[in-house]
Design a protein around this ligand. Sequence first.
Ligand code: AHR
Length: 326
Amino acid sequence: MLKKVLAGLGAGALLFGLSACGGDGDSGEGGDDALVVGFAQVGAESAWRTANSDSVKAAAEAAGVELQFVDGQQEQEKQIEAIRNFITQKVDVIVLAPVVETGWTEVLTEAEQAGIPVVLADRGIEDADEALYTTRLGSDFVAEGHSAGAWAAETFGADTDFRILELQGTTGSAPANDRKAGFFDELDTQGVGYTIVDSQSGNFTAEEGKAVMETFISTYGLDDIDLLYAHNDEMGLGAIQAIEEAGKVPGTDIQVIIVDGSAAGFQAGVDGKVNYIVECNPAFGDQLMDVVAQVANGDEVEKFIAVEEGVFDSTQFEAELPNRQF
Ligand code: AHR
């Protein structure tokens, strides 16, 4: 369906000679010559996700790419259905942000057989299916876990048994698996003594994060808990509410680490309720359009392209808050 040779073009260059994408981005209007991209997004579970969808839609429009956007509502079946529709439509490139790591072999084989390249955005899939996608552009979630673990080791290293509650992301998702693995690998490597009091999924949402934290509190209390490690801002913010409702002071009575770096997360940091923020950067739309153009053109690309991100402690929250984009 690609109707124009894209040799050597990046996203900026795609503008040249192609009509601009208009509308709300749900079905782009790139014109007859546009590169057609089907994007099976995870859902709208967090501020991070909304910012990521906005970034991709804006970049597609700026690049003159016709974007077919599908919100998977955190359901793999919906994403699989979307991919099958993209195949039927003969899009040029399929972009998939997989809600979980496993279960993609069949549908991605169908894409391969149809000759449509697949680019993973944000999350990854299991190694066994590595041949079924061209590249992944997104965060190094293991590194994010290591960053969180390094701060915890520095903060609690002298304690021979600090006690942790963990709020994991969506069960089976790459960020949940990797943020957990990186975090505990860092603590183990540093030889820090700790106890995982409990670790449950809050599905990356504030509501579920709060509900799980309420269960933690009624089961264990908070007097013997040192650290809450929440795999994203929403779950952390939901848990903070539960901690406050239990009469405790988040950030003081219990240290809190969150991952993402939304404005709401930083505000909680400024308010003293969060102690450490590991950034996960959703604003990679322009970079994604560049990658998609290269893949459509048959160019060689790296198997994994990492987006840039940082870490922030309490001395940096106030200065950084105005810079937050989501
Ligand atoms: O895959 C990235 C994660 O998904 C973000 O950390 C989280 O907020 C989102 O739901």
